[in-house]
Design a protein around this ligand. Structure first.
Ligand SMILES: C[S@@+](CC[C@H](N)C(=O)[O-])C[C@H]1O[C@@H](n2cnc3c(N)ncnc32)[C@H](O)[C@@H]1O
Length: 230
């Protein structure tokens, strides 16, 4: 992990140490997850990665539905919480602490991947690296479900969560206050999602009830690597 990632990890650890962590601390799943997992079943998906799994709310759901659930998160505290929660409910998942920019799985390992409000936490270089990693670990025709926040007007942000932001690169800012103080956020739009996930066929791209972009895609044919020995 580089210096920025280590810094992010510290911030996320301190967020997860506090008990009161918004929706991620509940067992409530995003509204799209039941339909997405039904699609996974229809496509005979077995092995699913939750990238940036947090305290494990979606992992519990995946395990309940009998998928081989894998979760990775940069925060040690989040993974601890996810482990405890799964154990308590009698489920298991393969959990790892690590960064989305360098995934500790072999090529073509997953049938499907979900990642809710995670991949935008970085600068565009990190995000591009993450997308290459996603492509690497997915099987050909693997399915992905990714969500990232849509830019919101100030009026729609609750006052207690309205902090200043500072742009540090085009479309990338850090928040100047609150629990996410110092964390990088990248602002996607539909075109940028299409462009960066160009190796995925778009099944559907929409905005959900929480104001996040949802990208449901299928990996196009992978480029095969040919080695020439002279
Ligand atoms: C907004 S939370 C969402 C958590 C979970 N996906 C959910 O919806 O409940 C963002 C998550 O991304 C994780 N994260 C941030 N940067 C990461 C990175 N570089 N690699 C892996 N996880 C990261 C954080 O630790 C945090 O758990």
């Amino acid at each position: 992990m580089n210096r920025n990632e280590l810094r992010s990890r510290e911030i996320w650890d301190s967020i997860y140490k506090k008990e009161k962590r918004r929706v991620e601390s509940t067992l409530q799943v995003d509204n799209e997850i039941p339909r997405i997992t039904e699609l996974f079943k229809e496509r005979n998906v077995r092995r699913v990665l939750d990238l940036g799994c947090g305290a494990g709310r979606h992992l519990v759901y995946l395990a309940q539905k009998d998928f081989d659930a894998y979760g990775i998160d940069i925060s040690r505290e989040a993974i601890k919480k996810a482990k405890l929660r799964l154990n308590k409910l009698g489920f298991s998942a393969n959990l790892k602490v690590g960064s989305m920019t360098s995934l500790p799985y072999r090529d073509n390992f997953f049938d499907a991947l979900i990642s809710t409000t995670t991949i935008h936490h970085g600068m565009i270089q990190q995000i591009k690296k993450t997308i290459r990693e996603i492509e690497r670990v997915m099987k050909p025709a693997g399915l992905i479900f990714i969500t990232v926040p849509k830019k919101r007007s100030k009026k729609k942000i609750p006052k207690e969560r309205l902090f200043g932001i500072k742009f540090i690169a085009p479309r990338a800012f850090i928040i100047l206050g609150g629990e996410e103080k110092g964390l990088p956020h990248y602002q996607f739009n539909k075109d940028l999602l299409r462009k960066n996930f160009k190796n995925f066929k778009i099944i559907k791209l929409w905005v959900n009830d929480k104001g996040s972009y949802c990208f449901l895609g299928e990996l196009k044919n992978k480029v095969r690597k040919f080695y020439l020995f002279l």
